[in-house]
Design a protein around this ligand. Structure first.
Ligand SMILES: [Zn+2]
Length: 362
């Protein structure tokens, strides 16, 4: 199987292949249902495969599909890893691997980035005491442009309008406003939700069991979208301790490691999966990196997100404009180009390999 062949056409095909490959390796498999359904009415699940020694001292977690549609890529990586040369049969002693398939199965099946509540799950994992409300100061101003209450049209000069907006507000200001998340516009882009997602509840219930008594956990969460095409970055959350940042740089290379800077002074990014995991298991024991593989330039990705969100709220399901916006979103996050697919999966496999053999010294 080539790496490009590891991509599946839809969520159900991806899930079947994941289950079959995990079963063939003798993995422990679990399927955790969520309440929402797929477009065809079938039930949706987060699937987890555990490979390697029981009560292993070290655990590597590789998760996919936190951002729904980005699961096409993450699932391909998990499948390529399980069916490749380096997998459960050749794990280092005392190491186990936990593969989490489709952390946002609704978004994967519906070809959306967010979940059934329109929530960006990487903004939904609030810590105890944090509230599901608030927005960056400029979000309300940008809401009309990014979330117009109408279906997408083909003739709209999005690029021109976006450039005008950039000139007006500046790139830094937009970067501090849009992707940082908001909790006040439930139909808008980058909405973090009004309550803990089902994904969060499932992880809260089971994550500690999957980790067991491991002394060290290294979690790679696979994403696509921003960044230079054909390359990747390991993004470390702002709460990552300095000694762990150094460790990541030594193990994975300084050039690929990026530490998120705190957002604008007036608004802090909240709700990331990594921050939540580290808070639950103490940051010294739980290393977390979001691996982001570049696909298209920022404006292209943003245009696809905006069009799909408009179609979701304002176009008829299965209408032409609806289907076109879905395909465009899939292309933005899992380009059909075979060279991209081969390159991105092979880089991700190297990353998993390094994660497995990374020395656990601090
Ligand atoms: Zn993502």
């Amino acid at each position: 199987m080539t790496y490009a062949d590891a991509f599946s056409a839809d969520y159900f095909t991806a899930r079947n292949r994941f289950r079959e490959a995990a079963t063939a390796l003798g993995a422990k498999l679990e399927a955790h249902p969520i309440e929402s359904r797929a477009p065809n009415g079938e039930p949706l699940t987060i699937d987890v495969a555990i490979l390697g020694a029981a009560n292993a001292r070290r655990i590597a977690i590789v998760s996919s599909g936190l951002h729904g549609v980005e699961g096409f890529f993450g699932s391909a990586v998990q499948l390529a890893w399980m069916t490749g040369d380096l997998n459960a049969r050749t794990l280092p002693l005392d190491t186990a691997v936990v593969l989490m398939h489709a952390l946002n199965p609704y978004g994967f099946a519906w070809r959306r980035r967010c979940n059934e509540d329109n929530a960006d799950l990487n903004r939904n994992f609030l810590l105890p005491g944090e509230e599901y409300r608030g927005s960056p100061p400029r979000y309300a101003q940008l809401d009309r442009f990014f979330n117009p209450p109408s279906p997408p049209t083909t003739g709209e000069p999005f690029r021109l309008k976006a450039i005008a907006l950039l000139l007006r507000y500046g790139l830094t200001s937009l970067k501090e406003t849009l992707p940082v998340g908001q909790y006040d516009f439930p139909q808008g882009l980058f909405f973090g939700g009004h309550q803990p997602s089902q994904t969060q509840e499932i992880l809260a219930t089971h994550l500690s069991r999957w980790i067991g008594s491991a002394k060290r956990v290294l979690h790679l969460d696979l994403h696509t979208g921003l960044g230079q095409r054909g390359t990747y970055k390991l993004l470390l959350g702002e709460s990552t301790p300095p000694n762990r940042i150094d460790w990541f740089m030594r193990q994975f290379g300084e050039d690929v490691v990026e530490v998120s800077q705190p957002g604008g002074t007036s608004y802090r990014t909240r709700g990331s999966l990594g921050g939540w995991c580290r808070a639950r298991f103490s940051g010294d024991r739980y290393d977390f990196a979001l691996a982001e593989f570049g696909t298209y330039p920022l404006l292209t990705v943003l245009a696809a997100l905006r069009a799909e969100n408009r179609a979701h709220w304002w176009a008829k399901p299965d209408s032409r404009v609806w289907e076109r916006s879905k395909r465009r979103l899939v292309e933005a996050f899992a380009p059909a180009d075979i060279r991209w697919r081969e390159m991105a999966v092979s880089q991700a496999l190297e990353l998993v390999d390094r994660a497995l053999f990374a020395s656990s010294d601090s």
